[in-house]
Write a protein that binds this ligand. Structure first.
Ligand code: BES
Ligand code: ZN
Length: 612
C-alpha cells in the first residue's frame, strides 16, 4: 500500500469512526459536465436516491403514483419530464412529513420534454411528485393480449435509453447523474413484474405487489420495468431467463452458454459486480435487439435462431455490465465510450466461447456494415464524438460509435500488445467503476498510463471517417461467403458446404440488387430462404425480395412486418418498399394495419420514412 497522503489523513477520523458507505453510492463528480439533453442542474441540486410507488393500469394504459427523491443541494431542484400529468409535489426535511410545494412545469420541447422545477427551503432533503403517465409515453409499450405469445394477458415494458425514462418517471434524466432506487409496483394479481434491480420473487407465485431494490448507483436510462405473464427458468447459478411460457424452452436452449459467457467476461475484466445476470426475452415488438438493463438484459425474441448463431447479442449486453453500466458515458456525445467498448468486449467474450474465427467473422461483418453506413452519413456524424446540441440523441446512434469505436480500441490493442492493453482495460473499469465519464477523462487516463502512445487519439475522436491506420479485420469465412455471392451473381454454381448461418447472411447481403427472377427463384428453391427460422437471414432475404419484386416471398414479408417490431429489420424493409410508387402504397397499407404492433419509437421511425 502507498503511504497515506495529507488529504487522506484529513479523512482518517471519518474512515475510523463512521461506518463507511458503499463506494458505489458516493462517487459523484465535483462538477457535472453540461448535458444538452437534460434540464437538470446537478451542480445546484441533485437526486441521489429514488423511491417509486406505482400502480399499473392496463385499461387506461397509464402508470399512476409517486416518486420520492432523496436529494442533496439547495435552492431548487430541476427534473426532466415528458408528457406527464403532475398532480402535486411536496418537499420534506426528514422523509416523514411532507409539505405542499409550488412547482412549475416549463414549456415542452419535442425532443427534451418539459422541466419540472421545485423550489427548496433550507433543510429540504426530499421531494415527492404525484403523477400519471400519458398513454402515449415514449418509454412505454402497452401490448394487447393478442400481441403476446400467450394471447391471454396484456403486457407492458419500458425502454429508457437514451432519454425516455422522463416519460414514465420525473427524474434528472442525464447519464451523468447516478441514483440508487427502490420501487413498489402494483398490478392485477395474476401479472408478474420484473425490474432492473434486485428481485427476490423470481419463482414465487404472482401476487400483484412487487418490491425492488437497486443498491448500486445507476443512470436513470437503466431503470426498467416489464409486466405480463412472465415466467422464470434458471440457466446457471447466477443466470436465468424470464419470458412468456411459450418461449421458455426455446430461450433456455438458445442461451445454455450464458453462465460460461459470464465467467469468461470475469476472467477478462474482473468480478461481475451486479450479483445476478438474467435475460428477459420480450415479445417480438421490442424495438431494439437488446438493452443492457442492469441484472436483467431485455432482448428481442428474434435472436432465438435455434442454433445459437445470434447469441453475440447476449455477449454484447453482458459486456455492458462493465462498459456502460459500471463505467458510463457522461453525455450522449460520449456514447462511443459505452458502445465502442462494448463491441470490443463482446468480440473478446465471443472469442473465448466460440473461438477466434467466429469472433473475427462477426467483427469483419460489422466493419463492412460500418463502411456501408458511413457512405450515407454526413462527415460530422462519422466522428466518434458527435455534437448533438439541438439534436435528438438518437441521431448519434449509428454504427460509428459501435464499430469505429471498437476499431479504435483494437488499434490500441495492436500498438500496446494484448497483455498491457488488457491490464489497462481492467484498471480502467476498476478506477471509474460506478462513475459517469467524458471522452476527455478517458483520454487523460489513457495518456497518463501510456505517455509514449503513438496513436493519434484526437484524430480518431474528432476527425470524420476512418484513419488510414485503421486495423484491417480479415475473415476467411466472410471472404468465402462474399466470393460465392459474386460467383452466383455471375451465373456460376455456388459451394456452401459446412457454412455457418452467418455465412449465409453475408452471402445474401453481398448479392447485387440486379438478379434475375430466375436467379431469385433458384436461390429460394435451393436454400429455402423464405422459410428461414433465422430472423437475420430472413430479413436479408426479404430485403432482396422487395428489391427484386420477388412475389413468392410477399406473404412472408407481410407476416414478418406484422409481428416483428425490431427497427434494425423493419426500417430497411419499409425504406426499400418506399423506393417505388407501388411499394410505397403497399408500405403505407402495411404500416396502417400493423402500427399497433410497434413500439412508439419504432412507429415514429417508420412514419418518418413514409413521410419523406
Ligand atoms: N444500449 C444499446 C441499445 C440502445 C442504444 C438503445 C441507443 C437506445 C439508444 C444496446 O446495447 C445495443 O447496442 N443493442 C443493439 C444490439 C447490439 C448487438 C449491437 C441493438 O439493439 O441492435
Ligand atoms: Zn450496446
Amino acid at each position: 500500500m502507498r503511504p497515506l497522503s495529507d488529504r487522506a489523513l484529513l479523512f482518517l477520523p471519518f474512515l475510523l469512526f463512521s461506518c463507511a458507505p458503499k463506494l458505489e453510492e458516493v462517487k459523484a463528480p465535483l462538477n457535472f459536465p453540461t448535458d444538452v439533453h437534460s434540464y437538470a442542474q446537478p451542480n445546484e441540486a441533485r437526486v441521489t436516491h429514488s423511491f417509486l410507488d406505482l400502480s399499473v393500469d392496463f385499461n387506461t394504459k397509464t402508470l399512476t403514483g409517486s416518486v420520492t427523491h432523496t436529494l442533496t443541494g439547495t435552492n431548487k431542484i430541476v427534473l426532466d419530464t415528458r408528457d406527464l400529468t403532475i398532480a402535486r409535489t411536496e418537499t420534506s426535511t426528514d422523509g416523514q412529513t411532507f409539505a405542499p410545494a409550488q412547482h412549475t412545469l416549463g414549456a415542452s420541447d419535442p425532443i427534451l420534454g418539459a422541466p419540472l422545477t421545485i423550489p427548496l427551503a433550507s433543510g429540504d432533503r426530499f421531494v415527492r411528485v404525484h403523477y400519471t403517465t400519458s398513454p402515449k409515453a415514449v418509454a412505454l409499450q402497452w401490448l394487447e393480449p393478442s400481441q403476446t405469445a400467450g394471447k391471454r394477458a396484456p403486457y407492458l415494458y419500458t425502454q429508457g435509453q437514451p432519454i425516455y425514462t422522463r416519460s414514465w418517471i420525473p427524474v434528472q434524466d442525464s447519464p451523468s447523474i447516478r441514483i440508487t432506487y427502490k420501487a413498489r409496483i402494483r398490478t392485477q394479481p395474476n401479472f408478474f413484474a420484473v425490474m432492473s434491480a434486485n428481485n427476490d420473487q423470481r419463482t414465487a407465485a404472482p401476487t400483484g405487489d412487487y418490491s425492488f431494490d437497486m443498491t448500486q448507483a445507476v443512470p436513470p436510462y437503466l431503470i426498467a420495468l416489464a409486466v405480463g405473464e412472465i415466467q422464470f427458468r434458471l440457466i446457471g447459478g447466477r443466470t436465468g431467463v424470464y419470458t412468456e411460457k411459450a418461449m421458455l424452452d426455446a430461450s433456455a436452449r438458445e442461451f445454455t452458454d450464458l453462465e460460461n459467457m459470464l465467467s469468461a467476461a470475469e476472467r477478462l475484466y474482473g468480478t461481475y459486480r451486479w450479483d445476478r445476470y438474467d435475460l428477459l426475452v420480450l415479445p417480438p415488438s421490442f424495438p431494439i435487439g437488446g438493452m443492457e438493463n442492469p441484472r436483467l438484459t431485455f432482448a428481442t425474441p428474434t435472436i432465438l435462431a435455434g442454433d445459437k448463431s445470434l447469441v453475440s447479442l447476449v455477449s454484447h449486453e453482458l459486456a455492458h455490465s462493465w462498459s456502460g453500466n459500471l463505467v458510463t458515458n457522461a453525455t450522449w456525445s460520449d456514447f462511443w465510450l459505452n458502445e465502442g467498448f462494448t463491441v470490443y468486449v463482446e468480440r473478446r467474450i465471443q472469442e473465448e466461447i466460440y473461438g477466434v474465427q467466429q469472433s473475427e467473422m462477426e467483427f469483419a461483418i460489422e466493419v463492412d456494415e460500418l463502411k456501408k453506413e458511413m457512405a450515407t452519413l454526413k462527415p460530422e456524424d462519422t466522428r466518434l464524438h458527435v455534437d448533438l446540441k439541438g439534436r435528438d440523441p438518437e441521431d448519434g446512434v449509428t454504427l460509428v460509435p459501435y464499430v469505429k469505436g471498437a476499431l479504435l480500441l483494437r488499434a490500441l490493442e495492436q500498438e500496446l500488445g494484448r497483455e498491457r492493453w488488457d491490464a489497462f482495460v481492467r484498471s480502467y473499469f476498476d478506477k471509474f467503476a460506478f462513475q459517469s465519464i467524458t471522452t476527455a477523462t478517458f483520454e487523460s487516463y489513457l495518456k497518463e498510463q501510456f505517455p509514449n502512445l503513438k496513436l493519434d487519439f484526437k484524430q480518431w475522436i474528432y476527425s470524420p471517417g476512418l484513419p488510414a491506420s485503421t486495423p484491417v479485420i480479415k475473415s476467411l469465412l466472410l471472404e468465402a461467403a462474399t466470393e460465392q455471392a459474386a460467383r452466383f451473381a455471375a451465373g456460376k454454381p455456388v459451394e456452401t458446404r459446412d457454412w455457418l448461418s452467418l455465412q449465409y447472411l453475408s452471402f445474401l447481403r453481398a448479392l447485387p440488387p440486379t438478379l434475375t427472377a430466375a436467379q431469385m427463384a433458384a436461390l429460394d428453391q435451393q436454400f429455402r430462404f423464405t422459410q428461414s427460422k433465422n430472423s437475420e437471414i430472413l430479413a436479408a432475404w426479404l430485403l432482396l425480395s422487395v428489391q427484386h419484386n420477388y412475389t413468392p416471398a410477399s406473404a412472408a414479408l407481410e407476416d414478418f412486418l406484422s409481428r416483428v417490431g425490431r427497427q434494425k429489420f423493419i426500417k430497411p424493409l419499409y425504406q426499400e418498399l418506399a423506393k417505388t410508387p407501388a411499394g410505397k402504397t403497399r408500405a403505407a397499407a402495411l404500416f396502417a394495419k400493423y402500427k399497433p404492433n410497434y413500439h412508439p419509437i419504432a412507429a415514429a421511425a417508420v412514419e418518418a420514412i413514409l413521410k419523406k
